[in-house]
Design a protein around this ligand. Structure first.
Ligand code: HEM
Length: 316
């Protein structure tokens, strides 16, 4: 399916925005520079597992109308670990990701959400600088702590993301994780509602205990997922977290105040691991009727970067 949109000659011509190609190239170069270039895998969220399932609409969504989400829909998804290393440990203190495509091709909504409520950069420059500060130093055998410290001191808006990861135990299973959009989407035409998305696991959020951390292998998540789904579908509520008046809808690094009003759009059920899906691109610029694209500076970077990553992995 995605071969059509993302085949090599058409990929850049079908982009939804006008970011120069060179910008996408520098973003993927920055990922490759820090994590290495690995044949045939995504430049970010390189390690992952494909799954399939279904979406069930909520009975009542009030003023929020997304026609594609008013009916049961099939979906594909991919769980992943953040970063560009296909061999990263499943216990790493980085984000977990969930790529989602709800509905059939023409009417689908594609999302790529992470386990942290906020992102680590609010511009292309900050994205590159964040990665450059974490590039392994050959003399140290890892990132230079002094460079990371200097980056953090100069970029305090990136700290809430890092604080969340430092304080949150890695998930026990991909199915016991929350996933957040970071961006604020706009719903409705007239009295628009701005909202971030949250996938809230129906079984609750559960992290590994210290004892479990020691007992698990570095690749336990795939087996754990098979085992969990073998006992039945895993479910998440897909919620809109409405922005309060003082919440910044233009910066995905900035935490929001609370409490918030919420709208339940429906429930996601993940039913089985899927053998297909490696060539899928969870490009968040693919939006259904009733949802407008976020207008922050990061969102516009994503579609061209995902396309560039796709082109490189398809070619290698
Ligand atoms: C500067 C902004 C960003 C850049 C340059 C970027 C880059 C990338 C790239 C290159 C990929 C791999 C695409 C592919 O080959 O299919 C990717 C995947 C992903 N990104 Fe981003 N990203 C950005 C922002 C975000 C944000 C804000 C989120 C969520 C809050 C996010 C979540 C994800 C997830 C979950 C995946 C994995 C999707 C899958 O399983 O296919 N990214 N990103």
């Amino acid at each position: 399916m995605y071969r059509t949109r993302y085949n090599r000659p058409q990929a850049k011509a079908t982009l939804g925005n006008t970011m120069p190609t060179s910008q996408a190239t520098t973003l993927i170069d920055a990922l490759n520079d820090t994590f290495g270039s690995h044949s045939g895998v995504r430049a970010s969220h390189a390690k992952g597992i494909n799954v399939r399932g279904s979406f069930s609409p909520a009975v009542e969504t009030g003023e929020i109308v997304v026609p594609a989400l008013q009916h049961p829909q099939p979906l594909t998804a991919r769980f992943s670990i953040g970063g560009g290393k296909p061999g990263i440990s499943d216990k790493s203190p980085t984000v977990r990701g969930m790529g989602l495509s709800i509905g059939t091709d023409k009417y689908s909504w594609r999302l790529a959400m992470i386990s942290a409520p906020v992102f680590f950069a609010n511009s292309a420059e900050q994205f590159r600088a964040f990665l450059a500060a974490r590039k392994p130093d050959p003399d140290i055998g890892g990132p230079d702590p002094e460079r990371v410290k200097a980056f953090n001191a100069n970029n305090p808006n990136t700290l809430p993301h890092q604080k969340h990861l430092a304080e949150t135990a890695p998930c026990r299973c991909y199915t016991t994780e929350r996933y957040h959009s970071g961006h604020a989407y706009r719903f409705g035409a007239k009295a628009a509602v701005f909202a971030r998305l949250l996938l809230e696991p129906v079984s609750g959020r559960h992290g590994l205990t210290q004892a479990e951390m020691g007992a698990r292998s570095d690749s336990f998540l795939a087996d754990q997922l098979e085992q969990t789904l073998g006992m039945g579908a895993a479910r998440w509520d897909l919620k809109l977290i409405h922005a309060n008046a003082q919440d910044n809808t233009q910066d995905p690094t900035e935490p929001w105040s609370s409490p918030h009003s919420e709208t339940l759009l429906g429930t996601i059920a993940i039913e089985a691991v899927s053998v297909s899906g490696d060539d899928m691109v969870y490009d968040p610029a693919v939006l259904p009727e009733g949802v407008s694209a976020p207008t922050d500076a990061v969102f516009t970077l994503r579609s061209p970067a995902y396309s560039e990553s796709y082109c490189r992995r398809a070619a290698s």
